[in-house]
Design a protein around this ligand. Structure first.
Ligand code: ZN
Length: 684
């Protein structure tokens, strides 16, 4: 499963609600600080770039392996367009013809509207919004579009046999300009035929009932492949059948290229396990046999040592209302050793953290084991994973495989950092922080503070504490409040320790300033800025938001006497101000002890009171102010990425180095991809 960010970015906040530039000391050596992350914006979209720290440290063998996997990833690019709609490749080739035509006048208000349409189209891999799945149409007139098309050389247009430019335009008018034609790519409205009413290209000429009946005939033993994952369902000669995506089958021309590059990658595999994994993927693409896909996944999960890793295949099923068909996606990555090392340094100290925590002795775990998470650095993403990207990946998707063989769960550190950095320069912090020094501190240490918070939340937070003998699990005792209280508890462990000299001692942060930056941002978010995600008049429902409000308002109330945290007003604007960081830490510890008690004893009433009193209600006046200030920032709700480019340096037909470039224009990248990786016919 992919963790994608959608509307969540409306708040400008990730995880703990922190957002800042990336200047942690260990990263400085690898990342260019003058690197421009945010490069373009149009419609509801912002275009970002990410860096690939660690690339230069790879061996030539690893770089060569990555280069071929990169080519394989991009070679499947056409597939996602066709999957999202059978007319998409035709539209894309038309856009390419217009952009590549030297006679096109690329200026004026009409051109700007057309260009925005093209940008949206490329961003969404088709003419349905990447997030809402609703069709969007050009804002320029059809007449203007007609002139653009007619100025093109007919050879460059995706004309069907016997078609003239005029008949072609007539056809494209409906496809591109009629909002009522194929209005939804995925339609989940209750009571309708989800197959017939969704315009994606996974099914044709069949009803939902026919598809259900068809897949009912496949064996269901509990250890079956993901039937139907790699095919389109059609009716031919009155019979429902599959057109399988494989070499020699549907999408064969692109998959042949993918296989060719995977075969080139094979001799450069880092170890036998990875070689076996690649070979299985090749076999699967050649045969379309889903049992091979399972074998591939098992082998991939067992490869835990390679530096270069990849996901490549028909994987996520969100684009299909039936949840059967996998969208093509590829993510190529290298292991983020820095982050993985940092997480391990924390996990290794799990017992120390438990022994020294503010919990009551009887609620402490006698033996605690930290959970080791992994982080990766994306090198390139393609298909459904680009330009809009996941921030975490947890694969394989097959339930029985996960149970029997486990899964790999990773976060994409460099993508997360790019998101954070774009938020830092968005004007958001400048609007909501009045103290210049604290603002600078967040810009310097906030990224690391947020990372450490997440690391501790995951590695030692959830793992800490124990339930009293005879008390049932929280889902039984604390019921609907269990998950909010559990998240609050894990956050509090992180908050308590982020101001502990122990973290400096074990080398994961340079000074306590990191912890103070995290306190500033956590309190600002919990008391105030996370409200940007709520509509006026709504209560807080989502459990992570509830837990942050609970933690922030509880310590605010309990520290009021000593003025530990206060709301200050300046020029009619409200700001959160922390006056005593050490006392605040003690308060976080007090609340942690109390919430652990609630969990250990299964004290439903106390748990309910905590959440209802501090985590749910919203001050309408403050909420309105926050929303007004946020609206003025005019931030784009959706973000996506331009991909780095790998360029092979060759001598006598052999790769001697692979250089990494960071292109600056989404448009140029898309046109370049169109020239280099167009393998499929317009109609598949
Ligand atoms: Zn959690």
């Amino acid at each position: 499963m992919n963790k994608k960010i959608g509307m969540m970015l409306l708040s400008g906040a990730l995880f703990s609600g922190s957002m800042y530039s990336c200047k942690s000391p260990e990263k400085q050596s690898q990342q260019k600080n003058d690197f421009q992350v945010s490069v373009d914006a149009f419609a509801d979209l912002e275009i970002l770039r990410y860096q690939v720290p660690g690339w230069d440290q790879l061996s030539l063998q690893q770089k060569t392996l990555a280069f071929y996997l990169y080519q394989a990833a991009l070679s499947g690019r056409d597939i996602i367009y066709d999957q999202r709609g059978k007319y998409n490749l035709g539209i894309r080739k038309t856009l390419e013809a217009i952009f590549n035509n030297s006679k096109t006048d690329q200026s004026g208000a009409d051109w700007d509207k057309f260009k925005t349409y093209a940008g949206r189209f490329w961003f969404s891999n088709g003419n349905h919004h990447h997030y809402s799945n609703d069709k969007f149409i050009p804002e320029c007139s059809f007449e203007y579009f007609t002139n653009l098309v007619k100025a093109c050389d007919e050879k460059e247009l995706p004309l069907q046999e016997g078609e003239t430019a005029d008949t072609f335009l007539n056809r494209m008018k409906q496809v591109m300009f009629d909002p009522a034609f194929e209005p939804k790519m995925v339609n989940l409205t209750e009571g309708i035929d989800h197959v017939a009413k969704s315009s994606n290209n996974f099914y044709e000429g069949v009803t939902q009932k026919e598809v259900e009946d068809f897949y009912d005939t496949f064996p269901h033993t509990g250890q079956d492949p993901e039937w139907g994952l790699n095919s389109k369902v059609v009716k031919a000669d009155g019979k429902v059948q599959e057109k399988v995506w494989k070499v020699g089958g549907m999408y064969g021309a692109a998959m042949e290229k993918m296989v060719a590059y995977l075969e080139k990658a094979l001799p450069f595999a880092e170890n036998e396990q990875q070689q076996k994994t690649l070979a299985l993927l090749i076999e699967y693409y050649k045969t379309g046999d889903l049992k091979k896909w399972d074998e591939y996944n098992i082998s991939w999960v067992q490869d835990t040592t390679s530096t270069i890793d990849f996901a490549n295949g028909f994987i996520e099923v969100y684009n299909d209302a039936m949840g059967i068909k996998g969208s093509y996606e590829a993510v190529l990555s290298l292991r983020d050793f820095e982050t993985t090392k940092r997480i391990k340094a924390i996990a290794d100290q799990a017992q120390w953290f438990e022994d020294n925590s503010p919990l009551k002795p009887e609620h402490k775990k006698k033996i605690v084991k930290g959970i080791s998470a992994k982080a990766i650095t994306a090198i390139v993403e393609a298909g459904d994973a680009a330009p809009s990207t996941p921030i975490g990946i947890n694969l394989p998707n097959s339930d029985w495989l996960r149970k029997e063989y486990g899964s790999k769960s990773v976060s994409l550190s460099n993508i997360i950092h790019a998101y954070n950095e774009s938020s830092a320069s968005s004007g958001f912090l400048d609007e909501f922080m009045n103290d210049k020094q604290k603002l600078e501190r967040i810009k310097e240490y906030g990224n690391l503070g947020s990372d450490l918070h997440t690391d501790m939340h995951e590695c030692i937070g959830h793992a800490s504490g124990q339930i009293n003998p005879g008390v049932a699990t929280p889902d039984k005792t604390l019921k609907s409040y269990a998950s909010c209280l559990e998240e609050a508890r894990a956050d509090l462990v992180a908050l308590y320790y982020i101001l502990d000299p122990k973290l400096v001692e074990i080398g994961v942060m340079p000074s306590l300033e990191v912890g103070k930056a995290e306190y500033d941002s956590y309190m600002m978010n919990g008391l105030m800025t996370q409200l940007t995600r709520l509509k006026l008049g709504d209560n807080i429902e989502e459990s992570h938001m509830r837990n942050r409000a609970l933690n922030a308002y509880w310590v605010y109330e309990h520290g009021k006497q000593d003025n530990v945290v206060e709301f200050v007003k300046e020029n009619g604007k409200t700001y959160v101000q922390i006056n005593d960081y050490d006392k605040l830490r003690v308060l976080f510890g007090d609340l942690l002890r109390e919430i652990q008690r609630v969990k250990s004893e299964g004290d439903y009433e106390a748990g309910k009171n905590l959440v209802e009193h501090y985590g749910v209600k919203v001050d309408p006046e403050l909420h309105k102010e926050v929303l007004d200030r946020y609206a003025k920032l005019n931030l784009k709700p959706y973000k996506g990425f331009i991909q780095p480019k790998l360029v092979a340096v060759e001598k006598d037909g052999e790769i001697t180095d692979v250089k990494l470039e960071y292109p600056e224009s989404l448009y140029e990248q898309m046109l370049g991809y169109g020239k280099e990786y167009s393998y499929l016919p317009v109609i598949n």
